[in-house]
Design a protein around this ligand. Structure first.
Ligand code: ADP
Ligand code: MG
Length: 239
């Protein structure tokens, strides 16, 4: 209402997924009158709660058309953005030639000086092939440089990871005590793969981490997440 300099937000209870003329004959007309419509949805998929919102229309404006999962929690209402508007192709973040240590000198040499800062590195191997060990070495190296690191462990309890790695001289406990390293047991994070992604992003922000380890990401495809695991893993890497 430009004349009155007023912005109005109206809510309706929708029976079905969307209010439209078919399932809400009394209110369907509103769809045509309003300038912007946001539809909220809450479903349980294979036992996992999933909340989504979607912008259905927005007159005179570009908008992200895909459904976006969201989380209501202590941090407020957080909406997961697949690809934010304005972050489209051609607006890639700058790349750097800076190298950081993998934590293993010989591997650094093999990589021509270490991992690139800002890179995403995938370590893949059967159980017992040293994925967690390399993850620990990377985290330790980060903390030795004075950088803050986040280690999200899906397989074992965070304390177990610290204990096990100590047996191969990767001493993470000192950095945990200093507050440089934050160890997170992923079983304390609950919900769908989408929610995991949001929680990981939030932890990284809160801890102001410069290095993050997710060990192993395969756990994303567990329980009720098959449908979203691929897309979440993709967005995790893009992020
Ligand atoms: N103190 C140790 N001495 C020798 N080998 C060890 C020691 N601790 C662990 N290992 C071995 O290191 C290997 C790598 O373990 P880990 O990094 O947990 O593998 P992944 O994460 O790939 O499953 C295991 O095969 C384990 O037996
Ligand atoms: Mg492991």
């Amino acid at each position: 209402m430009l004349g009155q300099n007023l912005t109005a937000l109206i809510t309706t209870k929708a029976g079905g997924y969307e209010i439209n003329a078919a399932n809400r004959p009394q209110l369907g007309f509103m769809q045509f009158m309003v300038d912007c419509t946001v539809v909220l949805n809450h479903e349980v998929i294979q036992g996992v709660s999933q909340r989504n919102l979607r912008v259905v229309k927005y007159r005179g404006s570009d908008f992200a058309e895909n459904e976006a999962p969201f989380l209501i929690g202590p941090g407020g209402l957080e909406v997961a953005g697949a690809r934010e508007l304005g972050q489209a192709d051609g607006m890639e973040p700058p790349v750097t030639t800076e190298r950081i240590s993998s934590g293993v000198a010989r591997l650094d040499a093999m990589l021509g000086g270490g991992y690139y800062r800002g890179a995403t590195i995938l370590i893949t191997g059967f159980p017992g092939t040293a994925k967690s060990t390399l993850s620990g070495a990377f985290s330790e190296a980060a903390c030795e440089r004075g950088e803050r690191a986040l280690f999200v462990s899906f397989d074992s309890d965070a304390n177990e990871v610290v204990r096990n790695l100590a047996s191969v001289q990767i001493r993470l406990d000192r950095f945990v005590k200093k507050g440089l390293l934050r160890m997170v047991s992923a079983r304390t994070l609950t919900g769908s793969a989408e929610i995991f992604l949001m929680q990981i992003k939030r932890l990284v922000r809160e801890h102001r981490a410069r290095c993050v380890v997710i060990d192993p990401v395969s756990a994303l495809s567990k329980t009720g997440n098959e449908g979203t695991a691929h897309s979440v893993a993709e967005r995790l890497m893009a992020w």
